[in-house]
Design a protein around this ligand. Sequence first.
Ligand code: AMP
Length: 282
Amino acid sequence: MTSPLILNSVADLRRTVAAWRAAGERIALVPTMGALHPGHVSLTARGRESCARVVVSIFVNPTQFAPNEDFSAYPRTFDADLAKLAAAGVDAVFVPSVSEMYPDGFGTTVTLEGPAVADLEDRFRPSHFAGVATVVTKLLLQALPDVAVFGEKDWQQLAVIRRAVRDLDVPVEIVGGPTIREADGLAMSSRNVYLSPAERAAAPLIYRTMQACAARIRAGEPGAVVAADGRAALEGAGFSVDYLELRDAASLARVADGAAGPRRLLAAARIGATRLIDNIAV
Ligand code: AMP
């Protein structure tokens, strides 16, 4: 098992990727914020399916956290992350500093409409997707990969990135990987470590409730009624629900009952101090 190359500068990343490309190899990039779990590792396998080289970036991006959010407390577990990436056969890890990504005088951001203003995550985290899209655009231009892999776990983020890449003509294929879950259904997340034992025991109710809602909607019940019931069930169990909504899977627009096309049920709920998100196909 060889350890991945550790790259700290954009120049080193570019040099490494250019050498691979000159050798005719395809490159996949998997952007992460570290605190890696099997969900992240599954994305590296997805990249490996079509690319000889896989690069994982680890960067806790300050611009996607609001001042009241957990940027300072966000788990940072670099040594354990590196061991997982070595075991997964990842070729390189790009770990830039904040000043490498945001040099003095940084003053350019991506402005978003479309799925970024769907009235879901953006209602509760108004500056979040501008931070995400800006850092992801930078990472794509820095690495110039053939493929970039993102998790369906963050469904709205995936839609925002697909839209931004299309709108800005970034020459990369965006691949979505399915949500990896704990045995009890809880979507894996770096933030699950924040949960107390009691909160961890309660957390799978989000997925169970969503599954029950999706089954009722598939059976023909009105989406709004079912979602209101799901919300009440979660609130009754002590969750504070930011949203639980049925949307068009691609545009994230609200959908009329019986409308054609894939639909997605998306939820965000707080339990104690921790905010969890999840989504499933309907
Ligand atoms: P993060 O480190 O949380 O920013 O996530 C990095 C990437 O991993 C994003 O594309 C996430 O959507 C993806 N991801 C996070 N959790 C999961 C999961 N449970 N299953 C699949 N992908 C995930």
